[in-house]
Ligand binder design. Structure first.
Ligand SMILES: [Zn+2]
Ligand SMILES: [Zn+2]
Length: 322
């Protein structure tokens, strides 16, 4: 079959949401152009410097490849975090990532939970289990990753921090917040980023309109050797996300393009809601100084460390009543 775009090359991909068959190059161009459009709305094209959070997985490689195709590598800092998960964060993977960034001319900086927080993710999870807490490892991981990414954005003087979340991730998050009725989180998910704290470097997701299967194919067709081992904690993933994921996959299978439509509709609605909402500065955590949710004295990360017994006892007084 011949490519529906260039009418020259052999097609290697069928894109259900557009109904087109594409050759390798036209597929890469299609993905990059969709990332560029989103990046433009998010202010990446005009930013002085942007920090890209990279894990070594397929999404992060597509992120760096696409962004470095339309802004100069000197305006990009790739940032990697070693969470400290047994059998998952391996040295050879970090080395592959470093080599790949080198070919793109992108600066790579690395840090770890151990050096920044004092504990590996596995140590935090173990302590929380000893204390009988029923908290998913993903809650620890997500919260501290966000903290470290934001700190790095400040340290390297970037005006934006970008993560590799794809369309599937984004629609799952929207559905979860809808189900939970979490309006304040929901309206922050729109396509144009909003700033809710002077201490938050604005977070953007340039891949939010790219399907997960597309990032997988992109990485595969580019011949990337990416981290294929799944995080061992994935089995403990919140069941709600797993259920929502199954639900939206069957919807997409029956009606290709559904996820894109959901996100586009959501972006329109969120703009309308935002135009009537006012965003006041978030309060600061009394322990670490990071922004926290309205009505809280300390942030969720500090609360988790106190509850896990990893902070000195004097901080107990900060625990919210539960
Ligand atoms: Zn083509
Ligand atoms: Zn804190």
């Amino acid at each position: 079959m011949i490519c529906d775009v260039c009418h020259k090359n052999e097609a290697v991909i069928f894109q259900p949401h557009s109904g087109r068959s594409l050759c390798k190059d036209c597929f890469f161009n299609d993905v990059k152009e969709r990332v560029r459009k989103e990046a433009e709305k998010q202010g990446i094209l005009n930013s002085r410097k942007v920090l890209l959070a990279v894990s070594g997985g397929k999404d992060s490689l597509v992120l760096v490849d696409a962004i470095s195709s339309f802004i100069s590598a000197s305006r990009i800092v790739a940032f990697n975090i070693v969470e400290g998960i047994g059998g998952y964060n391996r040295a050879e993977q970090a080395e592959k990532l470093r080599k790949y960034m080198e070919t793109l001319g992108v600066q790579l900086v690395s840090t770890s939970f151990k050096s920044e927080v004092g504990y590996t993710l596995d140590e935090m999870v173990r302590s929380s289990e000893v204390k009988g807490m029923n908290v998913s490892p993903c809650t620890f991981c997500g919260g501290f990753r966000r903290k470290l990414i934001n700190n790095a954005g400040i340290l390297y003087g970037t005006d934006l921090v970008a993560t590799g979340h794809n369309l599937d991730d984004e629609v799952q998050t929207i559905m979860i917040n809808l189900i939970r009725g979490d309006l304040s989180r929901l309206i922050r998910l729109g396509d144009v980023p909003i700033k809710v704290s002077g201490k938050f470097v604005t977070r953007v997701k340039p891949l939010r309109k790219i399907y997960e299967w597309e990032t997988t194919m992109y990485a595969y067709l580019k011949g990337y050797s990416f981290q294929e081992v799944e995080c061992p904690h994935i089995v403990n993933k919140p069941t709600l996300r797993a259920k929502v994921r199954d639900l939206i996959y069957s919807l997409e299978e029956e009606r290709p393009g559904s996820l894109l439509k959901i996100l586009e509709q959501f972006d329109e609605i969120s703009q309308k809601i935002r135009s009537n909402a006012s965003f006041t500065e978030l309060p600061r955590c009394e322990i670490c100084g990071d922004p926290t949710s309205y009505g809280r004295r300390i942030c969720k990360n500090c609360e988790l460390l106190i509850r896990s017994g990893l902070f000195s006892r004097e901080y107990q007084k900060y625990l919210p009543m539960s």
